[in-house]
Design a protein around this ligand. Structure first.
Ligand SMILES: [Zn+2]
Ligand SMILES: [Zn+2]
Length: 407
């Protein structure tokens, strides 16, 4: 497929490199003003303003609460003479509820909020692509720029879809990227299938009978039941999941009694955790097995226990055709030696999965390096501005290559 692609559209990368100072300033301004999911009011306004300055054809705000959509029509587009093709490019805009420990001048100005996942960079790269695409319009079709709210646990992508995103703006395929600190700047990673896992939230409530720590025979101790459930849950992945599949069951928090009450057996214990899977069959099996295990372990001790199992983000699964198209587009920009086409999936999760449940498309990683092992969601993380022109060029190039002008 690589041979079929045109050379990286003349001057695209160079034009984006020329915008580097402005893109850096835009990114740092977003970084200094982080906003939580569905509260991206300032960010959405900045994005809408920037799109208008770029000269895109349409700007729509308030989709999925604070989402923004920009539309750029190519030199030929729409019905009649145009190809009727369209492509969606997505960036996320939200920050995290965490305290930043950086001391550079563009650090967060809002205490307790931080762009700790680089969504400031994703948004900026899509603005860069919009500017390049709107200036030259060297494509035959329509580009839909999707700026989504609330990726960090708020399912903002789903909110936009539920608000009619793809009914109002049809796209043939949709693409998104995430910066990746453990890949070197200039590297791009993807694979033709699962990229991120499904993330489910579990809560187990165990009810016993409280009483005096010196007289446990008069109680039903929910702490002991919790301990057995925690241990038994470790058998799910090791004894029930096919070793050729991937799954994680983690019980991450436990709450019972009062640390000041050293001789009081509490009435209740709660466990909270997460289940990560890639295949629906494995997810269904783990939900069912965990539920039975929780209830039966509790019954064995004379207690009762319930499992509340909430499916939040589905697995992020690329469609092979679009994933390899992305890899070809990336290779045309950075060279085949800098494209990893079989990047191993991560057990993390991503709400772009909701878009991939609706449309063909691909989610890829853009290397950005990370000094001192500073990974996403670290208090000292910062997006690497060095890769802004490259990320923007990949987005813009996807549009130009997916909808080429007739020769
Ligand atoms: Zn994140
Ligand atoms: Zn993120």
């Amino acid at each position: 497929m690589l041979q079929a692609l045109r050379a990286p559209a003349g001057g695209l990368f160079e034009r984006l490199r020329a915008m580097h100072p402005e893109l850096t300033a835009f990114r740092r301004d977003l970084h200094a003003h982080p906003e939580l999911g569905f509260e991206e009011v300032r960010t959405a306004a900045k994005v809408a303003d920037a799109l208008r300055v770029c000269g895109v054809d349409e700007v729509h705000t308030g989709i999925g609460k604070t989402g923004v959509v920009g539309v750029i029509r190519g030199q030929r587009a729409g019905a009649g003479s145009g190809s009727g093709r369209s492509i969606g490019l997505r960036a996320d805009m939200d920050a995290l509820p965490m305290r930043e420990e950086n001391d550079f001048s563009w650090r967060s100005t809002t205490s307790g909020l931080m762009h700790g996942c680089g969504h400031d960079g994703h948004t900026t790269m899509l603005i860069g692509a919009a500017r390049a695409l709107a200036a030259t319009r060297r494509f035959d079709g329509t580009v839909v720029l999707i700026f989504q709210p609330g990726e960090e646990g708020f399912a903002g992508a789903k909110a936009m879809i539920d608000d009619g995103l793809f009914d109002r703006f049809n796209v043939d395929a949709v693409y998104a990227m995430h910066n990746w600190p453990s890949l070197a700047p200039g590297k791009i990673g993807i694979n033709p299938g699962p990229m991120m896992a499904a993330a489910d939230r579990i809560e187990i409530v165990i009810n016993g009978r409280g009483g005096h720590g010196a007289h446990p025979y008069l109680t039903i101790d929910p702490v002991l039941v919790a301990a057995h459930i925690i241990t038994a849950a470790q058998s799910l992945v090791s004894r029930n999941v096919n070793p050729l599949d991937n799954a994680v069951v983690s019980l991450c928090a436990m709450q019972a009694g009062d640390v000041g009450a050293y001789s009081v057996i509490p009435r209740q214990a709660r466990l909270v955790g997460t289940v990560r899977t890639f295949r629906r069959e494995v997810q269904d099996m783990l939900e069912e097995r965990l539920g039975r295990l929780v209830e039966s372990v509790a019954i064995g001790f004379g207690a009762t226990a319930t499992l509340d199992y909430k499916r939040s983000y589905p697995a992020t699964i690329n469609t092979p055709r679009e994933a390899m198209f992305l890899a070809d587009v990336a290779a045309a920009l950075v060279g085949e030696e800098n494209v990893i086409r079989d990047l191993p999936p991560s057990m993390g999760a991503e709400d772009f999965s909701f878009m991939l449940q609706t449309k063909p498309g691909a989610y890829f990683r853009l290397g950005q390096g990370g000094e001192g092992g500073c990974f996403l969601h670290s208090t000292r993380y910062d997006f690497n501005d060095e890769v802004l022109p490259l990320g923007a060029a990949v987005f813009a190039s996807l549009a130009e290559q997916a909808m080429p002008l007739a020769a």
